[in-house]
Design a protein around this ligand. Structure first.
Ligand code: NIG
Ligand code: FE
Length: 415
């Protein structure tokens, strides 16, 4: 990534347009124009006005940002980055008019990726995911959530979670990984017609194993008429909580199963997709403080018509995050900048909402708001220096990457 190698010394980025996303700073971007950010080790030590004596007195490496934009590292809070195979053939079918649900019912969709994924080792899966991780990181992602969900046996689900962990512990591209167990993604062929028995396997074996080995921070479900019922998801969430794992859900994507209310009732971190969310779902998320994660990539690739109720979510004060949903079927892309762009163009978010949704609000969706998502003292030093002055430029122009320097946990690389 950087021919000169990583730079880890204490650092001061001075003369920057800091879009801090800190609610204590002014405007929707929390802008601190001309300010400096001081980093000690892996942590932001101070955010300083230009005339602060500490700026001149700083002993470490000083970078003059020349008035350029600095933002927090981007956080992709919903991905299925680790999988085998490709589903370009299904995309071709869908373009010819075959619905996603029909392909899934005929054994394609998620189950076709399950077949390709079971064939790969942990090592092969990490290698297959690496180009996707690199693409996200090249545009400034410093923290990524990664779900299992293409194994659907205990051994294969744990294998996916280990591959995800491996992506977060390699040195080449420093990135924080938030791993999620999504065993309730589809009913595996061995359990066809016996979904409740598969749920028992998840509850009795997979969740305890993932919790015991520290392989997952959260448990996710696909609550939908082509996947799991609310009653089944309720059992899974209850087990997650018994094992001190957070809960989140793919809910209200293709129809309204009242999944968001279920997630909210369990105090979930996030409810994701939400195209068919109604007023009582919005109220439930608002009351629980659950983050609404918008995934406009899946909406775009599936050529959906029903949009999530953004105006109602906004009015109710529900935190809005934006993520890629990177997966081989419904959202085959690895660009959080494109996801933000789609959130603006297709769902009507403002660029400030989209950027907050990929930083501050995404950190909340991963239970990491104490360390990630804004530029403030005590936060992890995940900082991006852009060849831009207006934050909307990051969301607006595609195909040109304006990232100059990516700092993750205090380690800076030229982009
Ligand atoms: O987030 N909704 C369910 N899961 C994925 C789709 C995964 C797939 O098609 O492989 C999603 O859209
Ligand atoms: Fe998803």
């Amino acid at each position: 990534m950087d021919p000169a190698g990583p730079r880890t010394a204490d650092a001061l980025w001075a003369n920057a347009r800091l879009a801090t996303f800190d609610p204590a700073a002014p405007g929707p971007y929390g802008m601190r124009d001309g300010w400096a950010v001081a980093v000690r080790g892996d942590t932001v030590a101070a955010v300083l006005p230009p005339d602060d004596p500490a700026v001149r007195a700083f002993g470490g490496r000083v970078t003059d940002c020349g008035g350029r934009l600095v933002t927090p590292g981007l956080i992709d809070c919903h991905t299925h980055l680790v999988y085998g195979g490709s589903r370009a053939d299904e995309w071709e079918q869908r373009l010819a008019g075959v619905p996603y649900a029909d392909i899934a019912r005929a054994g394609g969709g998620i189950l076709s990726t399950v077949r390709a994924t079971r064939d790969l080792s942990e090592d092969d899966l990490a290698k297959a995911a690496f180009p996707r991780l690199r693409a996200l990181a090249a545009e400034g992602v410093t923290c990524v959530e990664i779900k299992s969900g293409y194994g659907l046996t205990t051994a294969d689900e744990l294998k996916l979670l280990r591959a995800a962990r491996r992506l977060g512990t390699q040195d080449y591209i420093p990135v924080a990984v938030s791993p999620t167990l999504l065993a309730a993604h589809a009913v595996p062929p061995e359990f066809a017609g016996r979904a409740d028995d598969y749920v028992s396997l998840i509850v009795d074996e997979m969740i305890p194993a993932a919790a015991r080995d520290g392989l997952a921070e959260a448990v996710d479900v696909f609550c939908e008429h082509i996947a799991f019922t609310p009653a089944q998801c309720d059992r899974i969430f209850a087990a997650a909580r018994r094992h001190h794992l957070a809960v989140k859900g793919h809910v209200e994507q293709l129809s309204n199963s009242r999944g968001a209310e279920l997630v909210a009732r369990h105090g979930g971190w996030s409810a994701d997709h939400l195209e068919y969310l109604d007023a009582s779902g919005v109220a439930a998320l608002a009351a629980a403080g659950t983050v609404a994660v918008l995934l406009p990539g899946a909406f775009y690739f599936l050529r959906e018509k029903q949009k999530p109720p953004v105006e109602a979510l906004r009015a109710a004060g529900v935190p809005l995050a934006v993520a890629t949903d990177a997966n081989p079927g419904t959202s085959p892309f690895a660009s959080l900048r494109l996801a933000m762009n789609l959130a603006c163009v297709l769902y009507g978010l403002t660029p400030a909402e989209a950027l907050a949704g990929a930083t501050r609000e995404a950190a909340k969706a991963l239970g990491r708001a104490d360390r990630l998502g804004t530029i403030a003292p005590g936060k992890r030093a995940d900082l991006l220096l852009w060849d831009a002055t207006h934050p909307a430029e990051i969301v607006c122009q595609l195909g040109v990457n304006p990232l100059r320097v990516r700092m993750a946990g205090g380690v800076a690389h030229d982009a």
